[in-house]
Design a binder for this molecule. Structure first.
Ligand code: GCU
Length: 589
């Protein structure tokens, strides 16, 4: 019934507290690859809500009469609002929304009929940054984190006709991950798929399969976790092409198994994938999995026992047309351009890209660095911030740990060295290793520019040291880089995770004309001539494949774009440095 909420909602500045309960996080994840899912994508009613009135005035309760049954005025009409495409970044859907940051309301009706399932979930591929979920006037919970999936159980809450409301909010906040200040565009909205998943009473919740590192490529490990009434039993794993049919005992919801097999190894030149099936009770899942080993020894990286040089390039998740809601075609285009550039590796910066990226990389054969946005100045002394970062890392790893293409988990980028930061990030390394001991852990670290040496204290916790450096650009003195490489006493592999310079696509001039392609090319040439001589450097991912939107970049060449790309933002134009990197990578075996 209606309380005196007209008065209370204009005086209650504590309204958000009631929504800081029912956190939807990695514990709610479901293994959903190749499961039957029904899309809830399409045209949703949409409204920007800069004063958060939906939450303040409880629009989601849809109270339209007072306690005496008299009609009262309301300030919303869900079904009459404009509509917007889901998934999409609302910024790209209407010029009015381009720079909008703040609460927005998405809502749609949908019909549901039980088809014999016992449990029902709704999956959101990603919502930036917070999402509050309401179903049929009930608050179901919230998710934090702008680039990872989350799952809401709606078993028993669905009617024949339903209303779903999502209050999304991409407001940048000091305690968030990333913080308020980033060098990319803060797209907003429900920008990845929304799907309804029907499951039996007991289902397979987690599944991790991997080649045991340093085991001679002949030992496959499997971990399964189930959820539901049946906590004990026997699961089956089948890999027909390897004549594998193994039973896995499930006790207390979990099962582990190691078995011998000699799979054809996955690599960029041979992206071999196997069809894997797992059965438990009335549930089954499938996946396409590649088997490979990635390890380090000394300052070298080995893929399947062979030393490898990571010939890479960095890439944001963005396109001119779709913003961060990048399409499959656009992802494939990025990978094809990288492969044409003779890359075997890409750094997906600075946050988890869509799960489709790693799946496509598995198929196309490209190695990936995936990263959580512990970026620049994070509130390292805030426990809530740590839990947010840890949850995003866990959601990323649980989502992609069966993707052979992913070889590196990166826990951050260019964070200042401090005790709080070292504690925060070493704990993240610990979490990553608990979830996955088969991949390399890294971070893009800064150089000690005073003493001209590589010695970030975080390096001791990493398997591979990422180094971002812009000598020749932000610091014009490239001689420093030579000194740094000489001064540094490095015992593990280093990857130059960023170097580069601005160049306006098509702007020509001389090597002395800042902003021209020639200027960028001369920096690339000097960088490569220095980097390629250093034996503890195992690869690079220059910044960046193509120009990208960034409100921090406002000079006459940039015009709200970061123009360090090797290609123009629309990827129609390749700059001189692209061709230089292509030929350089071609010379490497
Ligand atoms: C930084 C940062 C990038 C940024 C780039 C630049 O190192 O990691 O996110 O876009 O350098 O300044 O262009």
């Amino acid at each position: 019934m209606r309380s005196n909420n007209y008065v209370e909602n204009i005086h209650d500045e504590t309204y958000e507290r009631k929504f800081n309960i029912k956190c939807i996080d990695e514990k709610n994840m479901i293994y959903d690859s190749f499961r039957d899912k029904e899309y809830l994508n399409g045209e949703w009613n949409f409204q920007i809500d800069p004063y958060d009135t939906c939450l303040r005035s409880k629009w989601y309760e849809e109270i339209k009469y007072d306690q005496n049954g008299n009609k009262i005025p309301v300030d919303y009409e869900f079904d009459k609002w404009d509509t917007i495409k889901v998934p999409s970044c609302y910024n790209t859907q209407d010029k009015a929304y381009l720079y909008y940051e703040g609460p927005v309301i998405y809502t749609r009706r949908f019909n549901y009929e039980n088809k014999g399932e016992n449990r029902v979930f709704i999956k959101f591929g990603a919502v930036n940054y917070t999402a509050k979920i309401f179903l049929n006037k009930n608050y179901l919970g919230y998710h934090n984190g702008g680039s990872t999936p989350f799952y809401v159980e709606v078993t028993g809450l669905l009617n024949k006709e339903n209303r779903l409301i999502v209050v999304a909010d991409n407001t940048r906040k000091e305690e968030y991950v990333p913080n308020k200040n980033t060098d990319w565009f803060n797209y907003g909205g429900i920008y990845r798929d929304v799907e309804l998943i029907r499951l039996p009473k007991t289902f397979i919740k987690e599944f991790f399969i991997f080649l045991e590192p340093r085991s001679g490529f002949k030992k496959i490990n499997v971990y399964i976790k189930v959820d539901g009434e049946k906590t004990e039993g026997q699961a089956i794993i089948k890999i027909d092409e390897l004549n594998i049919y193994e039973k896995i005992n499930i006790t207390n919801c979990e099962g582990y198994l190691s078995f011998e097999a000699k799979p054809e190894l996955w690599s960029p030149n041979n992206p071999k994938l196997y069809d894997v099936e797992v059965f438990f009770e009335n549930d089954s899942i499938k996946d396409k999995v590649g088997f490979r080993e990635i390890i380090t020894s000394g300052t070298d990286v080995y893929l399947n026992g062979e030393k490898i040089y990571l010939k890479g390039v960095s890439c944001h998740e963005e396109s001119v047309k779709n913003g961060k809601a990048i399409s499959d075609e656009e992802i494939i285009e990025n990978f094809k351009i990288a492969k044409e550039m003779n890359c075997n590796f890409m750094r997906l910066a600075h946050y988890p890209h869509t799960e489709k990226a790693a799946r496509l990389a598995d198929e196309l054969g490209i190695l990936l660095w995936e990263e959580i946005p512990v970026y620049w100045a994070i509130d390292f002394s805030n426990d809530k911030t740590f839990n947010d970062a840890k949850n995003q890392l866990t959601e990323l790893i649980k989502r992609d740990r069966n993707r052979a293409s992913v070889i590196i988990w990166s826990i951050g980028n260019e964070n200042n060295d401090s005790d709080e930061r070292l504690n925060f990030m070493s704990l993240l390394v610990e979490e990553a290793r608990k979830l996955d001991r088969t991949r390399l852990i890294s971070a893009a670290c800064l150089i000690d520019n005073c003493n001209l040496v590589i010695n970030d204290r975080l390096e001791q916790y990493l398997d591979i040291i990422g180094i971002n450096e812009y000598y020749g650009w932000y610091d014009p003195d490239l001689n420093k880089l030579e000194k740094i490489f000489k001064n540094s006493n490095i015992k593990k592999p280093v990857i130059i995770s960023e170097f580069g310079a601005d160049a306006k696509a098509g702007e020509r001039g001389t090597v002395n004309d800042m902003g021209t392609e020639e200027y960028q090319l001369s920096i690339y040439k000097q960088q490569i001539s220095l980097i390629s001589k250093i034996n503890y450097i195992c690869g690079m991912s220059p910044w960046i494949l193509y120009d990208f939107r960034c409100p921090r970049r406002t000079n006459n060449f940039q015009k709200m774009y970061n123009i360090k790309g090797l290609l123009s933002a629309d990827k129609k134009y390749k700059k001189l440095s692209y061709y230089f990197m292509k030929s350089f990578y071609e010379t490497l075996n």
